[in-house]
Design a protein around this ligand. Structure first.
Ligand code: GDP
Ligand code: MG
Length: 757
């Protein structure tokens, strides 16, 4: 089967084209460098099926970033039958730089001139024919987004792949080209594949090339003596880059006709104008925080737009309406996220009642079946599923931020602040992806060149609260508001997300200045123009998320709730326990054994006979974070009915929340519980990914220890400071001492190193 590789700059539309060709629903994002993995798919509309590879986005074939090395090695070693070089037509000059390098390899190349819809919209014109003549390979104008001309592109690529192509260089004639030809002849004599490409690279002093062909170096140096450039001296990398750009600017312009109309100019500066504000030195971070808050407000607030005060005056006239509770409460109007949550919670509550009604007439000795199905399985499962609307709501907003190009700006803004402390913007991209799921985020750290920076980043990714941790946050934030009558759910949830981010940044900075020191490679990033996100792409995103979540609910979470129910209703001697005896169960015993460990965190032994509930919930969360709430849901019915005897009203989430509140736990302990679950060892899947991505076993075990220690420190600090506020001063003193200590130790070490050198 033939193989075609898609190569191009970041954000030129590779993934969009790839998805079109292969019909797969791979992630379409606006992150430069989102495609670190090799993505493969099949295109079936040609004479024979063709395997398509989506290479990482690159600006050149030099070995400066992992993406460049991956792409270069792939093309040279795997020898695809054709390279489809995707070129962003709205950024022709910059994109053609890579093209001039690809042409030097002995492989058929077809240039796909993408984003032609934008060009037409702007009233510009690009003549593919003229460009084709100056490049010497087929050029096809397409729009990956509008799916224009895609099949034609593939036909031309297919025809090109039938013949071999010899690489040629567009570098200016004259001395430089003589030099390259001479080296090329030497390579050819040695029978090296792709002699021209290697010759150019060797002349450039390319690091990889010099290492693999040391024998030719003296000869090249000899040739170089005959060559002297006035501007760049003997910096051959600069000479060649300059020569490429000279060729491009001399030739591409003839194919491009710009619209002289004002419309285009204002359009161009629109992105710049937005960026003046959004990436402003002082406003950038505050704006990001406000945007995040608005998202949380829409998703979680039960006092939407803070209209509660005004609403109180008119509320009585609506009293008794069927929509009360669903659309508003005495606090104010519900936000869209909360309304969706209420709808689903009522639905699942109704389903639970319906199922319960089937068991009305069952014999006494089979009553446990009802307990198992209604309270155990459905209670656990529905407590988790009720959060689907809010998870999707949050994801929709995150996807919009990502697809519009804003998230790339966030990395840029943060880079400016944190570079001084040893952290680059590149590291923030995977971290922000962690809001979705830690697994792809950890894989994405492959874009980081410095091994230590990569390890440090993998360690803190779980602190960026993922979708699965959301139910913990929401349920407990809801509980705090409802039972202690303080705060707003949106403010609490938002603060917890911030807490996770701040913990992550502090931890990564601490590591980068102590055990994980290392260089920070420069963060060069092309800020993509703002796009209005595509509705279809957003829906694909959400659908993926929903599928993943439902699948997880009916496999791993369902299985866990069943196990939890059984071990919470049996003793070690296989004796079945009634609800009120649950404190003697296997599960309770395990929890009771471990609960003293959690006393400093606020949810251990001080909760008396309830302490174990929190302990086991946190442990089941190691399988999947949703299990924390599923466990509460599964246990709620027995604990409420037996010990507290509250009439269970509303859905399963309410039952879980009521149970939590009635254990006598305090607010600082609840916050500490959330923080513990957010920062401790993540779920199985994330742990396995960390193991695969970390360089060695030792680092992996240190990472597990790191998670345990950080979660313990952060949670106990929250509980202790929250309970005895004045202890804050002790913590401040310890932290300041730590920072000062690290600063001086590093100074000392650096001085020592300088002496040795
Ligand atoms: P990649 O980084 O090369 O994989 O680029 P993506 O496929 O992720 O595309 C980056 C952005 O460009 C996305 O927002 C796409 O919707 C957008 N895009 C891709 N192709 C086109 C196109 O032909 N026309 C327009 N207007 N936008 C496009
Ligand atoms: Mg991509």
């Amino acid at each position: 089967m033939k193989t075609f590789a898609l190569a191009g700059n970041p954000n030129c539309g590779k993934t969009t084209l790839f998805n079109n060709l292969t019909g797969s629903t791979a992630h379409v994002g606006n992150w430069p460098g989102v495609t670190v993995d090799k993505k493969e798919g099949k295109y079936k509309k040609c004479k024979e099926p063709i395997s398509i590879i989506d290479l990482p986005g690159i600006y050149s074939l030099s070995p400066y970033t992992p993406e460049e090395v991956i792409s270069r090695n792939y093309i040279l070693d795997e020898k695809p039958d054709c390279i489809i070089n995707i070129v962003d037509a709205t950024n022709l000059e910059r994109n053609l730089y890579l093209t001039t390098q690809l042409l030097e390899i002995d492989v058929p190349v077809v240039v796909a001139l993408n984003m032609m819809d934008e060009i037409i919209k702007n009233g510009d014109h690009i003549d593919a024919k003229t460009l084709q003549e100056s490049l010497g390979v087929p050029v096809v104008a397409i729009s990956a987004l509008k799916e224009d001309n895609i099949d034609e592109l593939m036909t031309i690529a297919y025809n090109a792949s039938l013949n071999k192509r010899k690489g040629f260089t567009l570098l200016e004639k004259g001395k430089l080209s003589h030099l390259i030809q001479d080296v090329c002849i030497a390579f050819r004599g040695k029978g090296v594949e792709n002699p021209l490409f290697h010759a150019v690279k060797l002349v450039e002093n390319d690091e990889l090339e010099s290492k693999s062909h040391p024998d030719l170096l003296p000869m090249v140096e000899d040739f170089k003596h005959t060559f002297d450039d006035d501007t760049f001296g003997d910096d051959f990398e600069a000479i060649i880059a300059d020569s490429r750009y000279k060729y491009i600017s001399a030739h591409y312009a003839s194919s491009l006709t710009k619209n002289q109309d004002k419309a285009y100019k204002t359009n161009l500066t629109k992105s710049d104008k937005i960026d003046k504000v959004l990436t402003n030195r002082w406003l950038g971070i505050p704006i990001f925080l406000v945007i995040l808050f608005i998202i949380f407000h829409i998703t979680f607030s039960s006092n939407f737009l803070f209209l509660g005060g005004l609403f109180k005056n008119v509320a009585p006239s609506f009293e008794g309406s069927m929509f009360e509770g669903l659309l508003w409460t005495s606090d104010g109007i519900n936000s869209p996220g909360v309304i969706l949550f209420n709808l689903l919670d009522q639905l699942t509550g109704g389903l639970s009642d319906l199922v319960a009604s089937w068991f009305v007439n069952i014999p006494e000795n089979a009553a446990w079946v009802e307990g198992f199905i209604v309270d155990g399985v459905l209670g656990g499962l529905f407590a988790v599923l009720s959060f689907v609307p809010q998870i999707l709501c949050l994801f929709l907003f995150f996807s919009i931020l990502e697809d519009s190009g804003y998230m790339a700006r966030v990395a840029f803004i943060l880079d400016r602040v944190f570079r001084r402390f040893g952290l680059s913007g590149r590291a923030f991209m995977p971290m922000i992806m962690g809001f979705g799921c830690s697994v792809p985020a950890m894989i994405n750290t492959r874009t980081l060149a410095d091994e230590n920076e990569r390890t440090a980043t993998i360690r803190v990714i779980p602190f960026f609260s993922c979708g699965a941790k959301l139910p913990i946050l929401t349920a407990i934030a809801g509980g705090i508001v409802q039972f202690f009558n303080v705060g707003n759910a949106d403010v609490i949830t938002y603060s917890m997300y911030l807490l996770g981010m701040i913990t992550a940044i502090c931890a990564v900075l601490a590591m980068r200045n102590t055990t994980m020191r290392g260089d920070i490679p420069p963060f060069i990033m092309e800020l993509p123009a703002y796009h209005v996100p595509q509705f279809k792409a957003l829906m694909i995103h959400l659908w993926d998320k929903l599928k993943h979540f439902i699948k997880k609910a009916f496999t791993i979470i369902l299985a866990s709730t069943i196990v939890i129910w059984f071990i919470s209703h049996f003793t070690w001697e296989y004796k079945f326990l009634a609800d009120e005896e649950i404190n003697n169960s296997i599960l309770a015993n395990i929890g009771q054994l471990l609960q003293p460990l959690f006393t400093p965190l606020g949810f251990g032994s001080q909760l008396k006979s309830f302490g174990w509930v929190f302990v086991v919930a946190a442990i089941t969360g190691l399988i999947a974070k949703e299990n924390v709430i599923a466990t509460f849901g599964a246990l709620a019915a027995c604990i409420i009915d037996s010990a507290i005897d509250i009439e269970q009203e509303g859905g399963d989430v309410e039952a879980a929340v009521a149970m939590i509140a009635n254990t006598g736990i305090t607010i600082p302990a609840l916050i500490s519980f959330i923080a513990f679950n957010m920062t401790t060892i993540p779920c199985f899947a994330a742990v396995a990914t960390a193991k695969a991505e970390l360089p060695n076993k030792k680092r992996f075990w240190f990472t597990i220890a790191f998670w345990l220690i950080v979660s313990y420190l952060v949670s106990s600090a929250i509980y202790v400071i929250g309970t005895w506020w004045w202890t804050l001063f002790i913590y401040v003193i310890i932290i300041v001492a730590f920072i000062v200590g690290v600063h001086y130790i590093n100074k000392f070490l650096d001085a020592k190193k300088a002496k040795v050198v």
